[in-house]
Design a binder for this molecule. Sequence first.
Ligand code: HEC
Length: 171
Amino acid sequence: MRLRKLVSCGIVMLSLVFGFSFTEIAHGYYIPPTTGQIAFAQETSDLMLNTLFAALTQEFDETTVDNVEQGKHSISLIFNDRNRDMRLVGTLDPLQESDRPSDSFERQANALAMVGQTYTSVQRVDNQWYYRRSIPLSNFRAECALCHVNFPAGPTADWVGALMLRVPIKR
Ligand code: HEC
């Protein structure tokens, strides 16, 4: 009797554990996020975009012919290559080879950015769902060409690449 109780208790426990992990796996792999979860990620990306834009504007305001190399170093530390959630991407003689589009989202987004269009997508990368977006960048300030010597003397309306954000969607 005791043994039977123990066995059925074990079965209940096991099915709970399996049930839980299957739900977890299903969330990661198959079940797309809800519209509410996507909206939360989108609003997060709006905040992130404003913060990054403010930081870049500050850096451009301080850029002079005398501190170009320091400014480049500073920007590349902010856009650390190990952080895949925020990237500056472009194909016009990029300052770093790693800034070229690196997956199908970035290739599509960069092609659209070069004609001034934004691009967004909700997609799974490995086991994580992301809200991804791309904001086209034009040569809108005189300082751009101080660091990007291949850009025309600005400001001009030429599209030169994109800022790409990737927000993990909370489940
Ligand atoms: C102080 C120097 C500096 C200025 C000014 C600057 N950038 Fe950049 N930019 C960088 C650096 C450094 C990177 C590489 C960042 C990284 O490590 O991924 C970069 C990357 C980029 C990229 C990705 C492709 C590439 O060349 O690597 C684009 C597109 C871009 N910047 C656009 C602009 C635009 C548009 C402006 C003006 C509004 C601008 N930048 C002004 C330093 C600068």
